[in-house]
Ligand binder design. Sequence first.
Ligand SMILES: [Fe+2]
Ligand SMILES: [Fe+2]
Length: 182
Amino acid sequence: MTVLNELHQDHVNLNKLLAVLGYKLDKLKQGEMPNFVLLSDAVDYISNYADAYHHPLEDQMYAYFKDSGCPELDEAIVQCGKEHKQLKLSAEELIEAVDCILNDAVVPMDQFAAKLESFLDRQVEHLNLEEGTLFPLLDEIASDEQWNVLAQELPKMDDPLFGEQQKQRYIDLYSELLQDMQ
Ligand SMILES: [Fe+2]
Ligand SMILES: [Fe+2]
């Protein structure tokens, strides 16, 4: 599997989690309380997976293809780097807000809903930039040889269990989130 396919598969999974969280946001706006522990786990997972694996791979891939003579690509890469930092901040902010709720602090639900909404909007916007602009451009300009060289340079997962554990964690979370909405 090429790195681009692998990252794309991450996006597919992420998109599914975001869709369920979006549904929870709708319910929350209607006054229904989600399972906050589960919500916190989901945001935590999204953020940790991105930090530990997804963004480092993307950042290295973008660095490799930057300055290849395509200004549109370079611009998207710079934007992407900024967004990775913003995504981390908005996840931290949301996790902090969920923690407050879990610790029985008084958090107005409309404020919390606004935080969740901005987190989801940023995530979706970022997915759209990568899937809609960046990945197609890379697919167009990168040669097979470049992909091969890049694949050699990318870090190998030290712990093969990491991938499997993350996959299982994702499946569990996704089905728990679905069940919570019944
Ligand atoms: Fe991504
Ligand atoms: Fe990204």
